[in-house]
Design a protein around this ligand. Structure first.
Ligand code: PLP
Length: 122
């Protein structure tokens, strides 16, 4: 359910740096399979990059849960907020992610810019 912006760069990164890309499957209700996510996000996981709201299905992902799984494994948690930034109140502290990103055009700012929020510890 990821937008190409949150897929192609990771494919390139994985190829160049010899990382393995893993995908959390989708259920027949167009939701992420959280049971499987628990198995997929494991000790070897370095980065979790997931969309908050899918631009394809409109699914709102339980990012707080996914981030907690990533942080348990000491992985970096990155949230693509391109579809949620204009619709939801986002509390990055509650979510616990390390980075949250969106192009500013999603906030009706007609500029070729993006913003990202970064945890202080980075
Ligand atoms: C979920 C999602 N992520 C990222 C993007 C950002 O796309 P771009 O890199 O083209 O600004 C979009 C644009 O619609 C989106 O829907």
């Amino acid at each position: 359910m990821e937008h190409h912006s949150n897929l192609i760069p990771w494919q390139e990164f994985a190829k160049k740096n010899n990382f393995k890309l893993k995908f959390i499957p989708i259920t027949k209700n167009y939701e992420l399979d959280y049971k499987k996510a628990k198995k997929i996000i494991r000790d070897k996981t370095a980065i979790l990059a997931v969309t908050h709201i899918s631009n394809v299905f409109g699914t709102i992902n339980n990012i707080k849960f996914l981030v907690s799984l990533a942080k348990e494994k000491k992985a970096i948690a990155i949230i693509d907020a391109a579809q949620s930034i204009q619709h939801l109140k986002i509390d990055v502290k509650k979510i616990g992610c390390d980075f949250l990103l969106s192009p500013v055009i999603k906030c009706l700012v007609l500029l070729e810019l993006a913003f990202f929020m970064e945890k202080k510890s980075f």
